[in-house]
Design a binder for this molecule. Structure first.
Ligand code: MG
Length: 657
């Protein structure tokens, strides 16, 4: 390139970028502000004299000394930065952006940032780039170091993003621009930025790089974000909740803006409506995914927290608060004593440290709830729930539990109605946690969506056959809508019977007996005229297992005297096959694990039945001899009678419907 061309190019770039130059006053900004707002008298006077530059300077002074609006999460007198956040901030200076924790190390987006760079065609990677997750860490790094390099670079990137990601009229935009808007302006991402900008504003507003001109650009951009969400709310699901809560936050944080009360009211209105739509009467969120259930609690909680900070809690009716409390009760009932949750659907594993923080927050809103207090204080205060086992029949979550302590046995079974997007076709599956080990971790989800290759990975983890449940010809179940037929406590066992329509001409009925508060007997019945390969699948946690194809058993071989033996008793023609097994407890994280199935070639007139016994043992050598047989008729669906013999002891397990 010769020099003349270069200069022309630079001049052209300056011309194009001129409209969003950080050092240029965006006159639109003052039109967005309610100049009659208390404290803005000088701003109003200057504006009416036509001195907009001075007015904006005055507005910046106002914001720099503003004290009455509190941020729900940020206290500038106590900013700390974690190692991870510091790294994120420093890498961002080199344009290595932390777009997604599943794609580490972070990619380099170019000296001249390319916001369309998409090294792996996973939608999440490109969407989440536009969440600017490193901006908050840059703010923290700035606050703890007072090094202007963070403020300078943040302001630069903030403006660079605006310049290169314009929100255009879809009708006149080119197809490349439309494609970029699909990622940069998806309402969920917009809401993410909207919320996080309040923190960035606090961190950087006193920096010399946060000029009056920059403030004008910031306010216009911020306003555009909130208005965009209002006009483009997602139809349903957790996205809508996130968007509403963040619009509410936007209104609460910038009450000086003319549209602030509209935003606040809109957010509260949507949340009040959705708390009814998205939460079943038993407290379960309709995506039937522990992770999104938790996210929904935190969205609803955050809205209350913002309302408390802003003094408008009364705008939420009591019913809203009661529902959120019910969701928390639901959640601790479907968790294990180490605060982890099952990885059903698209759920990720939760960490105790992070959960204790959540309970602490929730306890502030529900100070009278002794159970929330118990989990918030790790048992130092409050009280344990009075119940052990619990059924949430509408959402289809069932917990067998013999204790809340670390030596507990806890099985959580998922068998509910058709779920929303994040829900998997896994009806009847379970996780079983004994003394700190999750022996049947769910396969998880690994990734969400993107190119064909990414979708293929997602599809593997979603399949019915990689869950602890029944399939026909290893296909995904066609109908997921499980009904509870029985949930009762007898002298020697707690009993759950659920039934799912599963396939055309094949229902799956699963009966679970939690015997003597110690072990499980699972009876599966494949009922109907369908023919084909009926299989019950099981996947153990990562680690070695002793698989015995001859007696249809599997025993884990951990060296800490905490193991299980699983043995299946079925039709004479039953075979045991090893299967591919993976478990993913976080995005793009997976571990291989033992998996197997018990297969029967089902004939037209036959109802296939299986009895699986899962028994805790110290090690392989101490595993008792086990035997089980169904004594009731295969065609009489009104009763079940199964005889189980374990090490010389006989158990008669029975129920009538
Ligand atoms: Mg799953």
């Amino acid at each position: 390139m010769n020099n003349i061309t270069k200069y022309i190019l630079i001049a052209f770039c300056l011309f194009v970028s001129g409209t969003v130059n950080a050092q240029e006053l965006n006159k639109e900004a003052l039109n967005l502000v309610n100049l009659d707002y208390k404290g803005l008298e000088k701003v109003k006077a200057l504006h009416s004299e036509g001195k907009d530059k001075e007015a904006m300077k005055e507005l910046l002074n106002y914001y720099r000394s503003r004290k009455d609006v509190k941020h729900p999460d940020i206290d500038l007198t106590r900013v700390r930065i974690s190692k991870g956040d510091q790294k994120m901030a420093d890498e961002a200076l080199e344009h290595k952006f932390f777009s997604h924790k599943g794609y580490q190390p972070s990619y380099f987006y170019g000296d001249d940032i390319d916001w369309t760079y998409w090294p792996v065609q996973d939608n999440e990677l490109r969407w989440q780039l536009h969440r600017h997750k490193w901006f908050g860490p840059m703010g923290k790094a700035y606050q703890v170091s007072k090094d202007e390099k963070y403020a300078k670079e943040w302001a630069f990137q903030y403006m660079d993003w605006i310049k290169k990601n314009p929100l255009l009229d879809r009708k006149t935009a080119t197809s490349a621009q439309r494609e970029n808007m699909r990622f940069a302006w998806r309402p969920l991402e917009v809401s993410h930025r909207l919320q996080d900008q309040t923190g960035q504003f606090l961190y950087f507003v006193k920096s010399p790089h946060f000029t009056p001109e920059f403030l004008s650009q910031f306010l216009v951009n911020y306003h555009k974000h909130a208005q965009h969400i209002l006009a483009n709310y997602s139809d349903q699901g957790n996205h809508l909740l996130f968007e509403a809560q963040r619009v509410l936050a936007a209104g609460a944080f910038f009450p000086e803006l003319k549209d602030a009360s509209t935003w606040r009211k809109s957010g509260i209105g949507v949340l009040n409506e959705e708390v009814d739509v998205q939460v079943y009467s038993d407290g379960g969120q309709f995506e039937l995914d522990p992770h999104y259930h938790l996210a929904a609690i935190n969205i609803f909680y955050k809205a209350i927290q913002i309302a408390d900070v802003g003094g408008f809690r009364s705008e939420f009716p009591k019913k809203y608060l009661d529902t959120v409390e019910k969701m928390i009760v639901f959640y601790f009932n479907i968790c294990f004593p180490d605060y982890s949750n099952p990885c059903f659907s698209d759920a990720k594993a939760t960490k105790k440290e992070e959960m204790v923080k959540h309970y602490k927050n929730w306890s502030k809103v529900f100070p009278d709830n002794e159970q929330i207090k118990y989990f918030a204080t790790e048992g130092k205060k409050g009280q344990l729930p009075e119940n052990l086992t619990e059924a949430f029949k509408t959402s289809g979550f069932y917990t067998f539990r013999n204790s809340w302590a670390n030596d507990a046995t806890v099985m959580i079974l998922k068998a509910g109605p058709p779920g929303f997007w994040h829900c998997q076709p896994d009806n009847g599956t379970f996780e079983l946690w004994i003394k700190g080990r999750d022996f049947f971790t769910d396969s998880g989800s690994y990734v969400y969506a993107g190119s064909e290759e990414v979708n293929k990975q997602r599809d593997w983890f979603r399949q019915t056959m990689v869950h602890n449940t029944l399939t026909l010809d290893n296909k995904n179940i066609e109908t997921a809508d499980t009904k509870c037929l029985l949930w009762e406590k007898k002298d020697n066992a707690e009993i759950l019977v659920v039934e799912n329509p599963s396939y055309k001409d094949l229902k799956h009925r699963r009966s679970v007996f939690f015997v003597d508060n110690k072990f499980f007997v699972v009876v599966d019945q494949a009922i109907g005229s369908a023919t084909g390969d009926v299989a019950i699948h099981y996947q153990l946690c990562a680690g070695k297992a002793d698989i015995n194809h001859k007696n249809f058993s599997a025993t884990t071989t951990f060296g800490d005297k905490n193991n299980i033996i699983l043995q299946c008793f079925g039709e004479k023609t039953m075979t045991m096959k090893d299967e591919e097994g993976w478990m993913s407890t976080d995005y793009r994280k997976k571990e291989e694990r033992p998996a197997f199935a018990f297969n029967v070639d089902k004939k037209a007139g036959q109802n296939v039945r299986y009895v699986t016994v899962i028994y805790p043992v110290a090690d392989r050598t101490s595993a008792p001899k086990m035997k089980a047989a169904i004594k009731s008729s295969a065609t009489d669906m009104s009763k079940m009678n199964v005889e189980v013999k374990i090490g010389g002891k006989t158990y008669n397990l029975a129920y009538k419907l």
